[in-house]
Ligand binder design. Structure first.
Ligand code: NAD
Length: 504
């Protein structure tokens, strides 16, 4: 039996938790509707879990972990190869569900699923590496090495904007390293988590290695952090939530990895290839309707090219087709829900009050078919002050602020003035300026002659300051979150030798 869900007469699936290899009804009898942001259609129902459900999942994960840690890592990796293979088989289906559930255009949804596939194969490769060090010892006949040890049960808390990719960034390194996990997906995107749980079930992961618990952050997330058997919390989401998690996690002495908000900028210098810059800005600002953590939300432009850049952006923005992302011709899909429309509209008002000049967009789209969904026009402000709220706070929608500067140094200062530090980009043909910028931009990701989005899975992903707490998802760096270093000394001298710390 796979994916044991109740299907209502109208075809709507009622989703339940996946715990200990079985589909289990959550304690809370009430189902919540999941709606397609493109047209308001109900696409699934999900039961919100309680603390008891979380405790059950943690118990199952704990029971499975000891044995899982003893499975040789290359064998653990075989499950990931199989997961990757099934994801390839199901790529189109997963992409369609993704678009329906959170709204991103189908081309981007395919890209996101591909990212998950790439992560499966990349992390499977780690099953034959998980590299530690062997180093010389201070003493004769003594061997010294460090190994990566699994930590135990890990808790994963993920956002709705990359419902598959981010889950794979966390769950795949966690299991290849010998941990078991309990995953709480965002309440907006349970269907994608259900699809992933189906795959975990299909590959036959031992019971309890992978567990999915649906529900609200305040209840399920909190219960996960407070459960003494959860040793690591890996979170991606907003900075406000991350701060709360860090505080609570700190009290419980949890290892907490946080990937949080951004206020990413594209810098356009006067020697930039403007055609390329315009293309890069449009893609990174309005892709996923501006709802990427790496989305370009500020353009820091040299005064000598500001007018031309403004004109070109406004012209090109007119060409962006807006609508249901499952239509292949659409370039900008809906935002996730009504609350998001309200937040974006509020920032547009703030921008106007702060004296910024609205060059394009600025309103929700409510005519015809679009009235059924949550759509906001791609929006461009200019003459934005670097220290205004519009330029400093994360909006998470299709809104861009142009800020004028007079030099590279000023551009870098403006870029670094925000509390976040995720991604930045610079368009310039001057190699000296480019190298100076990549050194001085205080962000975890720097792009040269490309927009702010588009990470590759084999490099670390994350940011500085209010974006992170020093950890990284993705790449080899992800293993640091899900393993402990263990230093092992083997003395084969047959006598008690003292290390230098014990010798005078
Ligand atoms: P969010 O912070 O509202 O929610 C993220 C997750 O945390 C959800 O699963 C939510 O249910 C859970 N949660 C909420 N309150 C909680 C609590 N008190 N305790 C435990 N868990 C709780 O964020 P969102 O709206 O889902 O996602 C958008 C945000 O995520 C943006 O700020 C964006 O920049 C950020 N993001 C960051 C990255 C990155 O890698 N840096 C990637 C994607 C998204």
């Amino acid at each position: 039996m796979q994916g044991n869900v109740t299907i209502q007469e109208n075809g709507i699936k009622q989703l339940d938790n996946y715990i200990g290899g079985a589909w289990q009804e959550a304690g809370n009898a009430k189902y919540t509707a999941v709606k397609n942001p493109a047209n308001g259609e109900e696409i699934a129902q999900v039961r919100l879990s309680t603390k008891e459900d979380v405790d059950l999942a943690v118990k199952a994960a704990k029971k499975a972990q000891k044995e899982w840690a003893l499975v040789p890592a290359p064998e653990r990796a075989d499950y990931l190869y199989e997961i990757g293979r099934i994801m390839i088989e199901k790529k189109e289906h997963l992409s369609q569900v993704l678009t329906k559930e959170m709204g991103k255009v189908i081309e981007e949804a395919r890209g996101e699923v591909q990212e998950g596939i790439d992560m499966a194969f990349y992390m499977a490769g780690e099953g034959r590496r998980l590299v530690g060090e062997t180093v010389p010892s201070e003493l004769q006949n003594k061997f010294a090495m460090s190994v990566r040890a699994p930590i135990g049960v890990v808790g994963l808390i993920t956002p709705w904007n990359f419902p598959i990719a981010i889950a794979t960034w966390k769950s795949f390194p966690a299991i290849v390293a010998g941990n078991t996990f309990v995953w709480k997906p965002a309440t907006e995107t349970p269907l994608m988590a259900y699809e992933m749980a189906l795959i975990f079930e299909e590959v036959g992961l031992p019971k309890g290695v992978a567990n999915v618990v649906f529900g609200a952050g305040s209840e399920v997330g909190t219960a996960m952090i407070e459960n003494p058997d959860v040793r690591v919390i890996s979170f991606t989401g907003s900075t406000d939530t991350g701060r709360r998690i860090a505080e609570l996690g700190g009290r419980h002495l949890k290892k907490v990895s946080l990937e949080m908000g951004g206020k990413n900028a594209v810098i356009v210098l006067e020697d930039a290839d403007l055609d390329l810059a315009v293309e890069g800005i449009l893609w990174s600002a309005f892709g996923t309707a501006g709802q990427r953590c790496t989305a370009c939300s500020r353009v820091i432009v040299h005064k000598n090219v500001k007018k031309e850049l403004e004109q070109r952006l406004v012209e090109e923005m007119k060409q962006l087709t807006i609508g249901d992302g499952s239509d292949e011709s659409v370039k900008v899909g809906p935002v996730v829900n009504a609350g998001s429309i309200e937040k974006i509209a509020n920032y547009v008002e703030i921008g106007k009050k702060e004296g910024a000049k609205l060059l394009a967009g600025g309103s929700a789209l409510t005519e015809g078919e679009l009235a059924k969904g949550h759509y906001f026009e791609p929006t461009l402000f200019t003459d934005v002050k670097w220290d205004s709220r519009l330029a400093q706070e994360e909006i998470f929608g299709p809104v861009v602020s142009l800020i004028e500067v007079e030099s590279l140094e000023e551009a870098i200062e403006v870029n670094n003035s925000v509390i976040f530090g995720l991604s930045s980009s610079i368009f310039s043909r001057d190699v000296n300026k480019v190298f100076q910028a990549q050194r001085d931009l205080d962000t975890g990701i720097v792009y040269v002659n490309a927009g702010t989005t588009g990470a590759e899975i084999h490099l670390p992903f994350g940011g500085t300051k209010g974006t992170g707490n020093g950890n990284r998802d993705s790449g080899k760096a992800a293993l640091d979150v899900f393993t402990e270093w263990k230093s092992v000394y083997v003395d084969f001298s047959g006598k008690l030798q003292r290390a230098q710390i014990d010798n005078s």
